[in-house]
Design a protein around this ligand. Structure first.
Ligand code: GTP
Ligand code: MG
Length: 423
């Protein structure tokens, strides 16, 4: 078997910085650490060492850590160098590591991939980790943490135990029926029914994508109704052009914002009108329709009687328009109604997003859950014990795809490729 390559990378943020952490993982981690720092320091203890290159010239004075495998982040021997975070120091260190036998720079996500391959984390945890690194709002961070800490993996283990128990009982029944001993009593399927119902409930879990991309808040209505003005107020800058000319906005404009720690994607649209001679505006209006169709929250700035279903009616430009219109009266000029609008946006967004700390499922999880539920439905729908046993076996195989314990190579490449180098 070819020797596993030892990988290294800068694992802390970009230099220059106060400290730069370079990690080395693989069978050469120990020898490399010993060569550079003169000896192998005691395991799992920060030790102060002068690092020297091959010729004996000093590289840096650093804190070094030695983590012998397998109980390490990657499951392999792991060394960490906490260097002074100057560009030249880090460059010299990386160059020196590249000269070490059996060592090469790590690819994006390779440390995490090794952790997965060595069984230190499951696939869902790796996905959670990817989300955690990308998290920009508090809600995203909390949800990613649930996945990263193995929330889904633990659920799957529980389901698997239920399925294994059912399979074992089935096998026993099948064995007895060979001997003609099987009783008339119908087998108790309540465990499977409970599991199926639990999975169906989980399918209702809020989509993780909303947490990642933001709750879509679309501003729509006739031209000149004040959409872009409100959009700019919520975004906190002049992101969209505002003029008294009807038809100013001609394309959809998106801006991500965080409101009370919740991720929202605000979408301003071209004003809707039936007649326009302007070809560009006509295309813009078609896009407005598409944006409205995919809105999680639709803010309607037009006449209440024309409001789309479930839209939140906003009586905009309330300082100049006649009073008494239905809907929430707001004015971006006087500030009227704006705190109430923010509050109600937060409340509606919360209803769309996963509860803090609750498990959120991405499209991949959801698709696999549906596959598992389909197998369980089939298992429950048949009286043929052999078929039922086979359905349960397939259901278990799908569960393994959730945590990545079944061949999912292309998926792994895609996932780990999204990590940064050094992670
Ligand atoms: N007095 C007052 N004027 C406003 C208010 N909101 C917007 N306006 C004015 O109304 C006009 C149209 O505002 P926009 O925000 O561009 O309206 P819009 O709905 O984006 O218009 P289109 O992009 O053409 O569809 C501009 O002259 C704004 O200055 C408001 O709350 N009070
Ligand atoms: Mg506009």
């Amino acid at each position: 078997m070819p020797e596993i390559e030892t990988i290294f990378a800068l694992s802390s943020g970009s230099v220059p910085a106060g400290i730069a952490i370079v990690r080395v993982s693989g069978p050469q981690a120990g020898p490399v650490l010993a060569r550079l720092s003169g000896d192998l320091p005691p395991p799992r203890r920060a030790s102060y060492r002068r690092l020297r290159d091959e010729s004996g010239a000093p590289l840096d004075d650093a804190l070094v850590l030695w983590f012998p495998g397998q109980k390490t982040a990657t499951g392999e021997d792991l060394a960490e160098f906490h260097l002074h975070g100057g560009r030249a120091v880090v460059a010299a260190m990386l160059a020196e590591l590249a000269r070490q036998p059996g060592c090469r720079p790590a690819k994006a996500g390779e440390f995490t991939r090794r952790a997965f391959e060595n069984g230190r984390i499951d696939l869902a945890e790796a996905e959670g980790l990817a989300d955690l690194l990308a998290a920009e709002t508090e809600a995203q961070r909390q949800s990613a943490l649930v996945l990263a800490e193995g929330g889904l993996g633990q659920l799957v283990s529980t389901w698997e135990r239920t399925l294994l128990a059912e399979s074992a009982r089935l096998e026993a029944l099948l064995d007895f029926s060979d001997e003609g001993d099987v009783g008339e009593t119908a087998p108790d399927l309540s465990g499977l029914v409970d599991l199926r119902n639990a999975l169906k409930n989980l399918e209702q879990a809020p989509p993780a994508e909303r947490l990642r991309d933001g709750v879509r808040v679309v501003l729509a209505g006739p031209p000149n109704s004040g959409k872009s003005s409100l959009f700019n107020y919520l975004v906190g800058r002049e992101a969209a052009i505002v003029t008294p000319i009807a038809g100013t906005t001609r394309d959809r404009i998106e801006a991500p914002i965080a409101l009370d720690g919740l991720p929202l994607l605000l979408i301003d649209t071209a004003g809707l009108r039936d007649e326009t001679a302007d070809e560009v505006e006509a295309i813009g209006i078609a896009r407005s329709g598409a944006a409205m169709a995919e809105a999680d929250i639709l803010l309607w700035l037009g006449p209440a009687e024309a409001a789309p279903l479930n839209a939140m009616v906003i009586a905009a430009r309330a300082d100049v328009e006649p009073a008494g219109r239905p809907g929430l009266a707001v004015s971006t000029v006087t500030g009227m109604g704006l705190p109430a609008l923010r509050e109600s946006l937060v409340a509606r967004a919360k209803a769309v997003l996963p509860r803090p700390g609750a498990l959120a499922l991405n499209a991949r999880h959801r698709a696999i859950l549906r596959d598992i539920t389909a197998q369980l439905d089939e298992a429950l729908g048949t009286d043929d014990l052999l078929i039922r046993a086979e359905c349960l076996r397939l259901a278990r195989a799908h569960m393994h795809a959730l945590t990545g314990r079944a061949g999912v190579e292309s998926l792994l490449d895609a996932l780990f490729g999204t990590f940064c180098i050094g992670k």
